[in-house]
Design a protein around this ligand. Structure first.
Ligand code: HEC
Ligand code: HEC
Ligand code: HEC
Ligand code: HEC
Length: 194
């Protein structure tokens, strides 16, 4: 009998330790992908984060999922020996680069499960945003007071300042319609920074 009680007490203390760990964030998992709409809330307003959303929306990356639908970009598909009538929107071989966070924790899985992560969204380049999008980190005030410190805090919360390597995880020869990638040139085409 006392053995059983000892065991129960043992299990209970492990449980309470887990709760304590979790509340301190020690066991907090990796950041999750939240989708472009969450970023749009501040980044379509020059008075808050800036007007980046509008620029992104006009790039082909904002419609990368459309490209995988039957009949879309038929010429490009035919040239690359892909079937223009086939539905590629559930093909893992394509989703990897035409969505946000595919294969990563909290990233795109399917249109049913995470439609907001279809297309190459902000987080495909800037990293999963559940932690850094917090108004405490991305704060007008914090950035005004000390830009460098604010950026440091955002990076610590998972934000990425993208460089050429970020792009070439997708802009590479594995892409069936790959074109030579010139970082400076391509960067200019999506310019949404000062
Ligand atoms: C609560 C409002 C808010 C939300 C939500 C938000 N941001 Fe921001 N973000 C800001 C502000 C404010 C700044 C600082 C702007 C400045 O002064 O340049 C900023 C800065 C940035 C920067 C530049 C950081 C630097 O140090 O140069 C990036 C990149 C960025 N945001 C990406 C995102 C992404 C991606 C999302 C969605 C996952 C997002 N933001 C969500 C308000 C927000
Ligand atoms: C998650 C994969 C992924 C990453 C990372 C990525 N791209 Fe792309 N990019 C794509 C896909 C897919 C397309 C084609 C979309 C379509 O046409 O359906 C594309 C298209 C483009 C285009 C074509 C023009 C347009 O209107 O969008 C430019 C320019 C571009 N990317 C620049 C960049 C740069 C610069 C980086 C790095 C800072 C980058 N991309 C990172 C997947 C990615
Ligand atoms: C390794 C990443 C990657 C993979 C895998 C990938 N794509 Fe792409 N795709 C891209 C990038 C990057 C571009 C833009 C290329 C550029 O403009 O330089 C693109 C562009 C395209 C385009 C041209 C769109 C246009 O408007 O001209 C089509 C069509 C396309 N992809 C279809 C597919 C299909 C179908 C699959 C799966 C069989 C696939 N892609 C797999 C990265 C990828
Ligand atoms: C294809 C990759 C890519 C995507 C998608 C993307 N960005 Fe960026 N972003 C960049 C790059 C590259 C820079 C410039 C980094 C540097 O300073 O060298 C940048 C810079 C920024 C900055 C800094 C602005 C400044 O003036 O310094 C903000 C804010 C930002 N992005 C927000 C966003 C938001 C919001 C989205 C989605 C609506 C988004 N980005 C989508 C690649 C991307």
């Amino acid at each position: 009998m006392t053995e059983i009680i000892k065991r129960i007490v043992g299990i209970m203390s492990i449980c309470s330790l887990l709760v304590i760990f979790q509340s301190t964030g020690l066991f907090a998992g990796p950041a999750n992908f939240v989708g472009v709409d969450k970023c749009k809330a501040c980044h379509s307003n020059v008075k808050i984060g800036g007007a980046q959303y509008k620029v992104w929306e006009a790039t082909k990356m904002a419609k990368a999922m459309e490209t995988l639908k039957p009949g879309a970009a038929a010429d490009a598909k035919t040239k690359a020996k892909l079937d223009p009538q086939k539905d590629y929107t559930t093909d893992p071989k394509c989703l990897k680069c035409h969505t946000t966070g595919y294969g990563q924790p909290g990233g795109f899985e399917s249109m049913e499960k995470a439609p907001k992560l279809a297309n190459v969204g902000c987080e495909a380049c800037h990293g999963a945003g559940s932690d850094y999008r917090s108004p405490k980190i991305m704060s007008v005030k914090a950035y005004k007071e000390n830009r460098e410190a604010a950026r440091k805090a955002a990076i610590a919360a998972g934000m990425i300042i993208p460089d050429e390597k970020t792009c070439t995880t997708c802009h590479n020869e594995e892409n069936p319609v790959h074109k030579p990638f010139n970082f400076a040139e391509y960067k200019e085409k999506i310019k949404h920074w000062k």
